[in-house]
Write a new protein. Structure first.
Length: 444
């Protein structure tokens, strides 16, 4: 029997419309917009100015602290300005805007050949330094700087590496296609991360709706000691770190604790490939695979896209915006966010673009809670969403905190399951923000 996490979860329609479409390079736009805050933590600090010429791979912003990441130019061209632009969350953030040159030039030292480089003699510290230099972050959506995960806090020790190749979010297929096209490179990346963490075992978790990826990765993993491919039952939100650790190790991460407390470090499969390119090819994180999809989209597809490319370019390449589009979602339908404009750029954390039809993007009228407890049953963190929503409505922040609101992973399972169409997650997010501010004030 296939494993999965043991608490809560749902199985929404998968709608993997682009699962069989191999990634294709997207043509370069006339201009790229590269935000300097594409990661959790401190924004990077710009090191270029208006009028500077840059190449593909040029560092344009350097880390602003330990929890931060370098930003590189994804194109050859001229910096036209550094200005505030809207991001996927609807806020204006600083970004470096580059006019793309007609002829492309790459920084020296970047290996662009397709040959697999398997051997590595670097020390764990040297591998981590290469990851820092390349600006690698988590590509599953959280965008946590990868080098930080490779430096456990004092007293913590990793026992194994878990590679998150679950891709449980409906519609998205970028990780699936990455495994089908770059499996050998991914396995070398797994070895590099095992060496950096000084562990002898790695588990690649893949949901059972990707049998071709499971078969390919399993066959190739036989040549890599300590690497195991584990097929998992299809269950959302299995891509959450705590849920994946439970599925693989049968260990629960305690409230407020880090995944390393369970002996595991979790890295997304896209991040693993980026680590391979950073260490073995000296290539910074300047591009990624992005799924563009939707039920009424002419050509759902997966594109290899340069960071900073306006999302409108991806939509145009897939046949244009359907007339009945109600929302453009950055990410998947469960955890993605509605975008203000298709001019918002692709960032390191952009896994997909979903065009929702109007009838699916309109919320149903909210009705009274009928105490069915479906939201409680599906919560993968064991919370009581209906009580949390009530306490937020009454601004009872002490009770909201006692309800473990900060443990919420914002998967949206509660709102999905609610027959009364109550916006549970919206209220819980408000509660998390308020309680987080209270906790920070208390500590200071």
């Amino acid at each position: 029997m296939l494993r999965t996490f043991r608490l809560g979860g749902i199985h929404p329609p998968e709608n993997k419309l682009s699962a069989a479409v191999a990634p294709q390079p997207l043509a370069l736009p006339r201009e790229v917009i590269i935000p300097i805050g594409q990661h959790i933590g401190a924004p990077a600090v710009p090191v270029v100015a208006k009028g500077d010429l840059v190449k593909v791979g040029t560092v344009i912003a350097k880390t602003g602290g330990f929890v931060s990441a370098n930003i590189h130019s994804s194109v050859t061209g001229k910096v036209t300005k550094i200005d505030a632009v809207y991001d996927a969350g609807g806020y204006k953030r600083p970004a470096i805007i580059i006019a793309v040159a007609a002829e492309e030039e790459w920084e020296e030292g970047i290996d662009r050949s397709p040959e697999l480089v398997r051997d590595c003699t670097l020390s764990p510290q040297e591998i981590t330094s290469a990851i820092v230099a390349a600006g690698v972050v988590g590509l599953g959506g959280a965008t946590f700087p990868t080098h930080v995960k490779l430096a456990p806090p004092p007293g913590a020790k990793a026992e194994l590496l878990i590679v998150n190749a679950v891709e449980c979010e409906p519609y998205l297929t970028s990780d699936h296609q990455l495994m089908l096209t770059k499996a050998p490179e991914i396995l070398v990346g797994v070895q590099l991360l095992m060496r950096a963490l000084e562990v002898g075992r790695a588990v690649i978790g893949i949901e059972a709706n990707k049998p071709d990826a499971i078969a390919l990765m399993t066959r190739l993993a036989k040549d890599y000691p300590g690497v195991e491919v584990m097929p998992l039952k299809v269950q959302y939100p299995q891509g959450g770190e705590k849920q994946l650790i439970d599925a693989v190790l049968r260990r629960q991460v305690k409230s407020g604790a880090l995944p390393i407390s369970a002996g595991a470090v979790v890295q997304n499969v896209g991040t693993v490939f980026a680590v391979y390119e950073a260490v073995q090819k000296h290539k910074p994180l300047i591009e990624r695979i992005v799924t563009v999809t939707g039920k009424h989209l002419e050509c759902p597809a997966n594109y290899l896209v340069r960071i900073g490319t306006p999302i409108q370019e991806l939509i145009t390449a897939s046949g244009g915006l359907p007339e009945d589009t109600g929302k453009i979602i950055g990410g998947g339908p469960m955890m993605g966010k509605a975008l203000l404009s298709p001019d918002i750029p692709v960032t390191k954390g952009t896994s997909g673009v979903l065009l929702l039809p109007r009838e699916e993007s309109v919320r149903q009228p909210m009705r009274a809670c009928i105490r069915c407890a479906k939201c409680v049953n599906v919560c993968p963190m064991g919370l009581n969403p209906t009580y949390l929503m009530r306490d937020v409505q009454y601004a009872d922040w002490d009770q909201v905190e006692r309800g473990y609101v900060l443990d919420c992973i914002e998967c949206g399972s509660c709102s999905y399951a609610c027959p009364s169409h109550r916006p549970l997650l919206d209220f819980i997010r408000v509660g998390k923000q308020r309680v987080s501010a209270i906790v920070r004030a208390r500590k200071s």
